[in-house]
Design a protein around this ligand. Structure first.
Ligand code: ADP
Ligand code: MG
Length: 609
């Protein structure tokens, strides 16, 4: 065995540099974010140091952005900590060596962590995305320091010299390349500052005018804030969004750091999961409008801010998707949101009910798509009942358990005045009203979670209570046929359709001659088919015609058929079927004209007396 050799792997800057540029920064604009956040870090560090040390130059901290159109230079200047020659060599000349990291480590022992943005020691080099040459003029805050000037045209070779510099701090001069003239524009620069650096803890001036302004409300202690503060902040973030319903203030230090405020917007009409309502920040620096990979999809309808200091500024989508920290954060947010909804309900259930229409889509979608949210919020499902009250589904189930024999009746809003509903209501039964498109899926979902629950639309089967079970099926007549047989005969002939199931029953109501029943599973199949663009007619034709032999009309019909006018009986029977179809909204458009013709003929006969 030969002797072991130890060594250091070397990197050829010329080769790695283009990769870093391309890989890290897809957007040119972010060079400004990087340089301003470095300047802000330089000031944060000095603030921290000022607690223990004295230095010249005062504590009126600021960052100045300026440009010169003729010289085509852009400068970013701060009066922060500055760098000595040694520090320039260490922090600037070594790519991926972060002075920020070093600083945080050094001060970590002293309780609170300084809020430093830098992390990976790569940000500074983004300046070469827009520059033909970059110059750093810097002077350390330490007494007796001299100015240092560093220059580089490629990012791979540099010159370094000492030069007189009047004041403490760092000035970065970018000699913009021919493609980057757009940054010689105050409006553009202000816009970028507002977008990325609005919430930095130091004033930033563009050509002498302050361009950032806001306190990051999410960093304030929740106990120090009033409802109005949150609302004002919402209006600042989303000027055209109207009033939010309520908000969640996230404020975690351990086991990860997370701060933010999430607002519930009114969502009555849309559930646009592609909206970009959550702004992602890293130590107050804006990172992205896309929180998609950070929170489960149903939460992307919320609006607000999330600040996660431990994410890298140049965070990528695939990074977010796979990072275990992100998974933990995501689960935490889900839990907090669910808790908030619970809390709102407990605090004022009346107010909560008033808001239910606005958040129901959100809650239902969340329950269906997120297991954790389901566990935390499953008892917060409300429906309007046919008694016109908003009732918690669990309460509805409890209240109707015995009466409904294990079934949960439901109807579309438009069926509120249907014959089916009338039949239920006269027996003191109630149904829940469903209206949104999401409910089709939602009810199936609830059934899968609660095997005891059986949702049954009011037109799929009549409740036993509406039937008169004491009524005998009718005596056999001279031809030895029962009433049920007769009804089969008359309606079978009149409708003339193979396979139509005709059932005779005695309803407690004498008014309703017949209703169409559409078995629950068949209708659901048809609805599924519709989603996939299938024609549902064939399935829907598999309905049952339930004829009420106690109704006056049917009784008359039975008599007529025995008498001299069987053809009239047939016409009436056909009309009864039409009406039943109409009541079930199953009468096809092409069947309407045939029905009108028959009705006219019937009326003609009637008018002849
Ligand atoms: P990071 O900010 O992630 O540490 P950068 O490449 O942006 O990486 O910067 C590298 C280091 O250079 C910083 O950590 C800091 O020590 C030093 N530096 C950069 N800009 C300044 C500045 N304006 N004032 C003082 N030091 C700076
Ligand atoms: Mg940096």
């Amino acid at each position: 065995m030969s002797e072991e050799i130890k060594g250091r792997i070397s990197v050829e800057t010329e080769n790695i540099f283009p990769i870093i540029k391309k890989w890290l920064y897809s957007e040119k604009d972010i060079f400004l974010r990087e340089l301003v956040s470095n300047a802000s870090d330089a000031i944060s560090k000095l603030r921290k140091i000022s607690l223990n040390e004295e230095f010249d130059g005062g504590t009126d901290y600021r960052i100045d952005i300026d440009f010169d159109q003729t010289a085509r230079t852009l400068t970013i200047e701060d009066n922060g900590i500055g760098m000595t020659e040694e520090e320039v060599r260490k922090y600037i000349n070594q790519i991926a060596f972060s002075g920020a990291e070093e600083f945080v480590k050094k001060y970590q022992g002293e309780g609170e962590k300084p809020e430093i943005i830098g992390h990976f020691g790569l940000g500074f080099y983004s300046s070469f995305m827009v520059s033909a040459k970059v110059r750093i003029e810097t002077k350390s805050y330490r007494k007796g320091s001299v100015g240092v000037v560093w220059e580089s045209e490629s990012g791979t070779e540099f010159t370094l010299k000492t030069e007189e510099k009047e004041s403490r701090g760092t000035k970065i001069v970018l000699f913009l390349d021919p493609d980057s003239g757009e940054y010689l524009d105050a409006w553009k620069l202000k816009e970028l500052v507002r977008k990325y650096c609005d919430f930095l803890p130091v004033s930033i001036f563009v050509k002498g005018e302050q361009a950032n302004k806001k306190n990051p409300l999410w960093s304030a202690a929740p106990s120090s804030l009033k409802k109005e503060d949150y609302e004002e902040f919402y209006r600042y973030l989303f000027p055209f969004a109207g009033e939010p319903l309520f908000h969640v203030h996230l404020n975690v230090d351990y086991p990860f750091r997370l701060q933010g405020i999430l607002y519930f917007p009114k969502l009555r009409h849309e559930l646009d999961a592609n909206r970009m309502g959550i702004k992602l920040y890293c130590n107050h620096v804006f990172v992205s409008d896309e929180a998609k990979e950070l929170v489960p999809q149903f939460l992307t309808v919320l609006q607000g801010t999330l600040d996660i200091p431990d994410l890298p500024l140049n965070v990528s989508r695939s990074y977010l998707q796979n990072d275990p920290l992100v998974k933990k954060i995501s689960a935490h947010i889900v839990k907090k949101v669910a808790d908030k909804i619970q809390e709102e309900f407990k605090k004022d259930s009346e107010a909560f009910r008033k808001n239910w229409d606005e958040i129901s889509l959100f809650v239902k979608y969340g329950l269906m798509t997120d297991e954790k949210f389901y566990e935390a919020a499953k008892d917060l499902v409300f429906f309007r009942s046919s008694n016109d009250e908003l009732i918690r589904l669990e309460d509805y189930v409890l209240r109707n358990q015995e009466k409904n024999l294990g079934k949960i009746y439901y109807a579309n809003e438009t069926e509120l005045s249907s014959v089916y509903m009338d039949l239920l209501k006269t027996q003191g039964l109630e149904a829940i009203l469903v209206d949104s498109r999401i409910d089709n899926h939602f009810l199936q979902f609830l059934e899968s979670k609660n095997p005891d629950w059986k949702f049954q639309r009011v037109d799929s089967e009549l409740a036993e209570q509406t039937l008169d079970k004491d009524s005998s099926p009718g005596l056999a007549d001279a031809d030895n046929k029962t009433e049920a047989d007769r009804i089969q005969e008359i309606f079978g002939k009149a409708v003339g359709r193979e396979g139509l199931e005709i059932r005779s029953e005695a309803l407690k109501s004498e008014e309703v001659p017949a209703v169409i029943l559409l078995p629950e599973h068949l209708r659901r199949l048809a609805e599924m088919g519709q989603i996939y663009g299938q024609k549902s007619n064939d399935l829907l034709r598999n309905h049952t015609l339930l004829v009420n032999r106690r109704s006056k009309l049917v009784r008359n019909l039975l008599n007529l058929s025995k008498g001299l006018r069987p053809e009239r009986a047939e016409k009436i029977a056909k009309s009864v079927y039409d009406m039943a179809l109409l009541g079930a909204k199953l009468l096809g458009e092409d069947e309407v004209s045939a029905m009108l013709r028959r009705e006219r003929e019937l009326l003609e006969e009637l008018s002849e007396g």
